[in-house]
Design a protein around this ligand. Structure first.
Ligand code: BV8
Length: 240
């Protein structure tokens, strides 16, 4: 598919790789998060029921790290914020990341399909709350006031991702699908390139450190660090 004209909407999918150069671990790289903790224990609802303290400790540590000085958006995040400001056709940023670096870089059209680290929700009243400090079992729900009912507002394995209708809608109407810093190993995100190709309108490009599990599905691929690849690609398409 040819490169879109500037009137075509763009959908960008990002994963942990875009935040690696900001100092946040990825999941599956050799020193990744899943090499340190068991995914079943901390990223499934059964793991949470079995040992909520362990899950709270896992997300409390990530929440503290995200707030640490030195963890800042990198040039890849800023380039995507610029693309949103300058691309007339509109840009929707769908991220698998639960960090807030896209928003801190200035992106406003962001969907966190796997939730957000700085939000929690109550198992009873189900409403999410902004929350930037530690969470414990004893923490009372700001709404219903009960203890033991709060959980991180993140999507665990076996749970339905957020905003799927809006995402599929956007994928079906975009002229360019850009995938950045993701291993393409977790669905439904890993299947988005297929959905776009099936509709057949859009150009598809993967920008990653190395080929992802879905690399062969993309019309175009470029490999290297996101902080270099993404600003160069954004400059190129804005220059038309
Ligand atoms: C669902 C939130 C139904 C929590 C996460 C069998 C076959 C197919 C599917 C399944 C299956 N069995 C089960 C499933 C479903 C399952 C799944 O896909 N499992 C996999 C393991 C097979 N999926 C689910 O359960 C999902 N729910 O399917 O519900 C449904 C479906 C459709 C519609 C309605 C209902 C829910 C999955 C969500 C789980 N939660 N995270 C948290 O953060 O703690 S997943 C987590 O891993 C991330 O959010 C992300 O989504 C996923 C993949 O991680 P990446 O971001 O890609 O990171 P990774 O480390 O893997 O890769 C980093 C990449 O960056 C690498 O390629 C690396 O080369 C690159 N990189 C590194 N440095 C740089 C770089 N690139 C550029 N520059 C750099 N500097």
């Amino acid at each position: 598919m040819p490169m879109p004209t500037k009137t075509h909407p763009i959908v960008v999918l990002t994963g942990a790789g875009i935040s690696k150069e900001s100092g946040l671990d990825t999941f599956r790289d050799k020193d990744g998060i899943w090499s340190k903790v068991n995914v079943e224990d901390v990223a499934t609802f059964t793991g949470f029921q079995r040992d909520p303290d362990q899950v709270h400790a896992f997300y409390n540590a990530r929440r503290r790290t995200l707030k640490e000085s030195g963890i800042e958006p990198n040039p890849a995040h800023f380039a995507l914020a610029r693309l949103e400001r300058e691309w007339p056709g509109g840009v929707l940023l769908v991220t698998q990341n639960i960090d807030d670096l896209h928003e801190r870089a200035g992106s406003t059209q962001v969907l966190h399909m796997h939730g957000e680290l700085n939000k929690i929700r109550c198992l009873d009243c189900d409403s999410p709350f902004v929350w930037e400090r530690d969470l414990e079992i004893s923490t009372l729900c700001p709404d219903c006031g009960r203890p033991g009912v709060l959980r991180p507002h993140v999507v665990w394995f076996g749970e339905v991702p957020l905003d799927m209708e809006e995402i599929m809608e956007a994928l079906s109407g975009c002229g360019l699908f850009i995938s950045i810093g993701t291993s393409g190993s977790v669905y439904p995100a890993a299947g988005f390139v297929n959905s776009v190709r099936r509709i057949g309108m859009a150009h598809t490009i993967e920008l990653n450190l190395e080929p992802s599990d879905a690399a062969t599905m993309f019309a175009e691929t470029r490999y290297g660090p996101a902080s270099a690849l993404v600003p160069a690609f954004v400059e190129e398409i804005l220059a038309g």
